[in-house]
Design a protein around this ligand. Structure first.
Ligand code: NIG
Ligand code: FE
Length: 423
């Protein structure tokens, strides 16, 4: 059958290396982070949007269903290349109206992210564009970003609001995410990030803004099911730990789950945050040793975002090796946003993680698949190729999985299968 016709059955044949990540539906920790469940000379049978079987090609071809129905299945010849679970990008900020080019040039000239923010740049400078934009314009931009992510191997994206910072504009941002998600084949997990910074109209009255988030925005977003998660940027010049607890408490009270930006520039005390059982705590550039130990015993995933370190020109990256050695569940994400990480490419982030954080290429793959799925509590559907899970797969034009993180800036993703269909 020619490719692209729709059959509910798809056979991916002649796979050189199949990265399955099979195993427990739980985050990989320590040495297990590099166990990829590789199968050489493999095939995958998908049906009804799910994985039916994975294995050596000669075994798959003997599958009872396939023996009877080979003609019914559409076939994709993978020509000896690498197939892996589609990536899960578990931290992105796609709802913005324009790139921040002035900040980019200021930073090149020597200013820091915090200096630029204090001078009126940074997150606050993205507010006007989002507030003025129509929902459909924002949705078009979000869709463009999702499509770019898809082309680089990603089929599940967490997407935050956070550049509106009024009830109306945060809701408009979440509606734009929903509208884009409806036009995109992958899976989108929306997050309310009203606590990104204190907006200018609340200057000096941060607690009043926090009260508005807790008493007005979160209940309304929860009622309208516009988000699954509530996020807070817990940082100097953003929100204090105490304000973060209040917002997390309101989230839980309204049936929403939590995740946080912590330790990007200064260390955040993690123990009190873990009491809210957040799905993830992200950035972790600055993390205290006692918190590393506490995290190693938690379900919460530490999402590392080296795209931000790269783009901000930082010499120091998150301490991935220490976290992995301690047994912390580590994931990687793009942090796609206009201020610190304007890349849709997880392979580029994996390259930075390998080169600058000394993660191995295999660890980087587990951190963008199964562990990233755990960071969204989607590990029962996403992040590995096992019978019954969603048939979201990426085909890379490479012979060895280690090449995915190796060819930086060269997109080797050549085909995406989402819900068992080539897209
Ligand atoms: O994850 N740190 C806070 N939020 C983003 C940056 C957002 C921005 O600068 O627009 C981040 O890096
Ligand atoms: Fe972020």
């Amino acid at each position: 059958m020619p490719a692209k016709t729709k059959s509910p059955y798809l056979l991916l044949a002649n796979i050189g290396q199949l990265v399955t990540l099979r195993g427990d539906q739980a985050p990989r920790r320590g040495p297990a982070l590099k166990e990829l469940g590789l199968i050489e000379d493999a095939a995958v049978l998908c049906g009804g949007g799910k994985i039916i079987a994975t294995g050596r090609q000669r075994d798959i071809l003997r599958h009872p269903w396939l023996k009877k129905n080979r003609k019914k299945a559409q076939e994709l010849d993978c020509r000896g290349r690498v197939v892996l679970p589609a990536f899960v990008d578990c931290h992105t900020h796609p709802v913005f109206a324009a790139p921040r080019l002035v900040d980019f040039e200021k930073r090149i000239a020597g200013a820091s992210y915090e200096e630029i923010s204090a001078a009126g740049g940074g997150i606050r400078s993205s507010l006007a564009g989002v507030r003025q934009a129509k929902r459909t314009e924002l949705a078009d931009r979000v869709l463009k970003a999702f499509d770019a992510m898809l082309r680089h191997g990603t089929a599940t994206v967490e997407a935050k609001s956070g550049y509106g910072l009024t009830m109306e504009d945060e809701i408009k941002s979440l509606e734009a995410i929903r509208q884009a998600a409806g036009r995109w084949p992958g899976t989108v997990v929306p997050t309310l990030l009203a606590a990104h910074v204190v907006p200018p109209e609340y200057r000096g009255r941060a607690d009043e803004y926090v009260a508005e988030i807790c008493d007005e925005m979160i209940p309304q977003v929860a009622r309208r099911k516009l988000a699954e998660y509530v996020d807070v940027f817990c940082e100097r010049d953003a929100f204090t730990p105490e304000q973060t607890y209040k917002i997390f408490f309101a989230a839980r009270k309204n049936g929403l789950d939590t995740r946080g930006h912590v330790g990007q520039f200064t260390a955040t005390p993690l123990l009190p945050l873990l009491a809210f059982d957040p799905a993830s705590l992200d950035h972790m550039d600055c993390v205290q040793e006692k918190d590393v130990l506490v995290l190693s015993g938690a379900e919460t995933v530490a999402v590392l975002l080296p795209g931000a370190n790269y783009f901000l020109g930082h010499k120091v990256y998150p301490p991935a090796r220490r976290l992995i050695e301690a047994g912390v569940a580590v994931a990687l994400a793009t942090d796609f946003n206009p201020g610190t990480s304007p890349t849709p490419s997880l392979p580029l982030v994996m390259s930075a993680a390998c080169t600058h954080m000394k993660m191995t290429p295999a660890e980087a793959i587990a951190a963008t698949t199964i562990n990233a799925a755990c960071a969204l509590r989607l590990q029962n559907r996403k992040g590995s190729l096992e019978p019954g899970k969603d048939a979201d797969l990426a085909l890379f034009d490479v012979a060895d999985h280690r090449e995915i993180a190796y060819w930086f800036g060269w997109n080797r993703c050549v085909e995406m299968i989402v819900s068992g269909q080539s897209v």
